[in-house]
Design a protein around this ligand. Structure first.
Ligand SMILES: Cc1ncc(C[n+]2csc(CCOP(=O)(O)OP(=O)(O)O)c2C)c(N)n1
Ligand SMILES: [Mg+2]
Length: 618
């Protein structure tokens, strides 16, 4: 066998460059490059390997957590058919990536994480940043990645790469198993050479399969649907990742079954399709909530049934409700004691449509269309400009939505914006709505905008971010400037946590500790003047083009100006902390069972009342 002598770092880069994926006859390189920050634990091994392979792009970021968010957003926009590798030094650079890894894994999005690790040779231990353990020498901070990774390995000898790297690819490219993959790279081993087989570096094409459903289970599903009167589809992220939106539309038009969308599934049907009930669950529309409450059959497609989707298990109130779950992951397909249609969403819907001679009643069809229209009229009302200042968040969402083109993308992750966007945003294109709401990671937004733009350079990316999220991680604006990547960031400053503040109030805790204010010497609390943060100056200092809007007219002008810019542009606007959008379903957050404070005792009574609607699905 021909061999080539390479260091571990060189071998990894050479291998990654040669990995391709193919689905439906379309072949692409899997990795777009590598993101990271060098340190003594990675600079010699992988760092040197990257420098020898300049055709494999390396992008320096400002925070390792942000590297992973950039990678995650890229993979999401690529429907999991593309990814980045993320590297770090040992120690804090590595552990900075744990939040990112959890976020990727929970959202079922592929990211390769390669943290540097402590010397395997041990003779120089403890090295800088080493976590010493008195009970074992076989542990480092990188062991913390185990629960948040779908595959985890440590390369203690160079030749281990030969058996580890194919496993890395198997998991990353698997629609059912994908998530963060961690390959811990001890710093000494990274720089060691080995005679690797040439074959390891040949071009390898990973076929992304579309598993077909079992025919007996499929027939059972046909019978269940035929015998239903009020079926509802819940469309999750799997519909979009599988590129099943066209067949979903045909399926819906043939059967008349209405669709409610999860956060990851929003965009499965255009918002104005008469069978689109809009957002499902706790942040759902009144129509979607009424339909799911009464449904005798829920067809979940590519959904994890998070508590937001199920309104903490109160969304499905029909005594006899049954579930069919179309899901490529066996794990998800069995949820709610469903009939498990373990399959790729697209092929499964194609086969189901062939077999199914079913149509809902005219009344049911009309009722869904009425709900779709009624909600859109509500949205128009909520979007309409009141003229009072500070503006409401919903008015800002409306202005951005009206300015965005049909293929443009709104991107968001945490705060009160996700719920508002879920309900309100009029999504036309399946990739137009990018919400990281599996982990709801504060700080995802500015970084993720870069990943989304790299995946879709021909779309405008509107990053919508609250002041809290922005303050947690805005540093990747520097990376965007460095790379010449343009995103439009709309920063909504309500001087604190509108979301957690409202939540705090609802559980009786009176918005305690949720406002960005000076500590007041008299009360000892954060009840002083508003803090003097100047967001515009902050963004400008990082290199962004900045426009300060004060009302909806100036916001509209700012959005127009931002559209003409070629650099990352930040638009700041102050919003009202208290003006929220109404909710139509419940989400369970615990309330203290005993309390001195009357508002908490009242909230506990409400909790007990709401919990009566919770169900098991057995
Ligand atoms: C890393 C992290 N810490 C804490 C939270 C809990 N949390 C969710 S939203 C939020 C406040 C977000 O503030 P901001 O971006 O200003 O949005 P707003 O609530 O004002 O809409 C907090 C603290 C979280 N989701 N992620
Ligand atoms: Mg805020």
């Amino acid at each position: 066998m021909e061999t080539i002598r390479l260091t571990v770092g060189q071998a990894i880069v050479r291998f990654l460059k040669n990995q391709y994926v193919e689905r439906d006859g379309n072949e692409n390189p899997f990795f777009a490059g590598c993101l990271g920050i060098f340190g003594h634990g990675i600079v010699a091994g992988v760092g040197e390997g990257l420098m020898e392979n300049l055709d494999f792009p390396y992008i320096m970021t400002r925070n390792e957590q942000a590297s992973v968010h950039i990678a995650t957003a890229y993979a999401k926009m690529k429907n999991r058919l593309g990814a980045f590798a993320c590297i770090s030094s040992i120690g804090p650079g590595a552990t900075n990536m744990i939040t990112g890894a959890a976020c990727a894994t929970i959202n079922r999005l592929p990211v390769l994480i390669m943290p540097g690790d402590i010397f395997v040779r041990r003779n120089v231990a403890p090295v800088l940043q080493q976590l010493e353990s008195p009970f074992t020498q076989d542990i480092s901070v990188n062991d913390c990645f185990k629960p948040v990774s779908r595959y985890w390995d440590r390369i203690s000898r160079p030749e281990q790469l030969i058996t580890s790297l194919p496993e890395v690819m198997r998991v990353l490219t698997s629609p059912s198993d994908t998530g963060a993959v961690t390959l811990a790279l001890p710093q000494d081993v990274q720089a060691e050479a080995f005679d690797f087989p040439e074959e390891l570096f040949r071009k390898r094409i990973w076929k992304i399969a579309r598993p077909r459903p079992d025919s007996a289970v499929l027939n059972e599903a046909v019978n269940l649907i035929r015998n239903s009167e009020k079926p509802v589809i819940i469309a999750g992220g799997g519909v979009i990742y599988s590129e099943a939106t066209e067949i979903l539309k045909r399926f819906v038009e043939k059967t008349g079954i209405p669709v409610a969308e999860t956060f990851a599934g929003k965009g499965s049907l255009p918002y104005n399709h008469p069978s689109n009930l809009g957002a499902a669950g706790a942040t759902g529309t009144p129509g979607a909530n009424r339909f799911t409450a009464e449904a005798d059959l829920i067809i979940g497609i590519g959904t994890r049934y998070s508590d937001f989707t199920t309104a903490s298990k109160t969304a499905f109130q029909n005594r006899d409700v049954k579930f069919i779950n179309i899901n490529v992951a066996g794990f998800d397909s069995y949820k709610h004691s469903a009939l498990p249609l373990m399959a790729d969403a697209r092929v499964c819907l194609e086969e189901l449509q062939e077999l199914l001679d079913f149509r809902v009643s005219d009344d049911y069809l009309k009722s869904a269309a009425d709900a779709n229209r009624a909600w859109d009229e509500m949205v128009s009302g909520i979007y309409s400009v009141s003229g009072s200042l500070p503006v409401s968040q919903a008015e800002v969402v409306g202005a951005v939505n009206e300015c965005a083109g049909p293929r443009d993308v709104v991107l968001c992750a945490a705060g009160s914006l996700p719920g508002d966007l879920h309900k309100l945003w009029r999504t036309i294109d399946p990739k137009g709505f990018h919400l990281e709401y599996g982990y709801s990671t504060m700080g995802y937004e500015c970084a993720a905008g870069i990943g989304a733009k790299m995946a879709c350079p021909d779309r405008e990316i509107y990053v919508m971010v609250g002041d809290g999220n922005y303050l947690m991680m805005n540093n990747e604006i520097v990376t965007a400037i460095q790379e010449g990547i343009k995103v439009i960031i709309i920063l909504l400053n309500n001087n604190g946590f509108g979301s957690i503040g409202a939540l705090s109030q609802s559980i009786g805790s009176q918005r305690f500790g949720t406002k960005y204010r000076y500590r007041d010497n008299k009360t000892g609390l954060l009840t002083g003047e508003t803090l003097p943060v100047n967001f515009a100056q902050n963004a400008r200092s990082l290199g962004a083009h900045v426009i300060e809007a004060t009302d909806i007219d100036s916001l509209k002008n700012a959005l127009k100006e931002a559209g003409e810019q070629t650099v990352t542009t930040v638009i700041t606007i102050e919003t009202d902390l208290y003006k929220g959008v109404e909710g139509y379903a419940w989400w369970e957050v615990p309330v203290s069972e005993v309390a001195e404070i009357e508002s908490v005792r009242e909230a506990y009574k409400v909790l007990k009342e709401n919990k009566k609607k919770q169900r098991y699905f057995l």
